[in-house]
Design a protein around this ligand. Structure first.
Ligand SMILES: [Zn+2]
Ligand SMILES: [Zn+2]
Length: 330
């Protein structure tokens, strides 16, 4: 597992086993994703597929440009794909009445956003909070074909949601890409059909899992995360920092809700009560830059793992927003 980026400004992780390499989410510009892969010695040309957890911009910002450039298939659930297409081409997929409604909603959202912008020096969770916001303009500019001198067919020029190939999966139904078996599980989050994944390297009996962007950890997620060797787990915010922080009330409510993001305390609660202690590495991810400190997230997790930390060779590492993590190899 190689975490290229984790946080509300962009998420992407490479999972590789044998000769199969999959990119999970493409939440930064194509150029930045390529740059980070080069930094950690990953060859983008060697990627076999892109797998998407959900349609929020911090998970799909570079998707169409990257998929077209590499000419590889993208795996979504059908509702996530539909939501993503709607996001890129709202006018072509709705009636005029609906479009007017959307314009009105966008106008309101913009007004809200302007108000929020006055309060924040830097957008963090806010960018993921609504639909298409502040930094999204910049990110989106790169996700339309013309932005990077794309050489795709003319059809792609006309359709920002054009992809070389789309494959659907369903939460709860396992599928395979090359030598990797994948179990997608539903996560509670405010997107169309959000998922986490467990990856099983068939030849090695090694399991890795990604569980970020979830308001809480329901029983199906606890089940899915049993006996994994590497776990990328969300540790989004410190509750006190969020409550006392600069976000508008509505955004705080959204982050805290059962379809928002996992707090340090909730991640620690899982590690204390439900985690079986067998992982080689636990990666804490999707840390908020506004409402968390890496030391707080680490402390909460390490205290929860307690004695099991040294006993079983567990280690806790923190994924970052601004730089890739060293590849975790088993
Ligand atoms: Zn996210
Ligand atoms: Zn999200």
């Amino acid at each position: 597992m190689t975490v290229l980026a984790s946080g509300s400004k962009g998420n992407a992780t490479v999972i590789a086993a044998g000769s199969t390499r999959i990119l999970i989410d493409a939440g930064m510009s194509c150029r930045e994703l390529m740059r980070r892969m080069a930094q950690v010695g990953e060859d983008p040309e060697a990627l076999d597929a892109i797998l998407i957890t959900h349609e929020h911009l911090d998970h799909v910002a570079g998707l169409s440009v990257l998929a077209r450039r590499l000419n590889i298939p993208v795996f979504f659930t059908e509702p996530t794909h539909r939501a993503w297409v709607r996001m890129l081409t709202p006018r072509t997929t709705m009636s005029y009445g609906k479009w007017l409604e959307l314009m009105q909603r966008e106008k309101e959202a913009r007004a809200e956003e302007t108000a929020a912008a006055h309060m924040l020096a830097e957008s963090d969770e806010v960018s993921a909070a609504g639909s298409m916001e502040a930094e999204s303009a910049e990110l989106l500019a790169e996700s339309v074909p013309a932005a990077e001198g794309d050489t795709a067919a003319p059809k792609a020029k006309a359709d920002p949601a054009f992809l070389p190939a789309v494959e659907y999966f369903r939460a709860g139904h396992g599928f395979s890409i090359g030598e990797i078996d994948i179990n997608p599980f539903s996560t509670p989050h405010d997107a169309a059909d959000p998922c986490g994944f467990v990856f099983h390297a068939r030849s090695e009996s090694i399991q890795m899992a990604i569980a970020t962007d979830l308001g809480y950890i329901p029983p199906n997620v606890k089940m899915a995360l049993k006996s994994v060797d590497v776990l990328l787990l969300e540790s989004n915010h410190d509750l006190e920092m969020l409550k006392n922080g600069p976000y508008p009330w509505s955004v705080k409510q959204r982050v805290l809700s059962r379809v928002g993001h996992l707090s340090n305390a909730a991640a620690a609660e899982f590690l204390l009560r439900d985690y079986d202690g067998g992982a080689h590495t636990i990666v804490l991810g999707h840390l908020s830059e506004q409402n968390n400190l890496p030391e707080l997230a680490r402390l909460a997790a390490e205290q929860a793992i307690g004695d099991r930390l040294s006993l079983l060779g567990n280690r806790v590492v923190l994924a970052a927003q601004d730089a890739p993590l060293e590849p975790i190899c088993l």
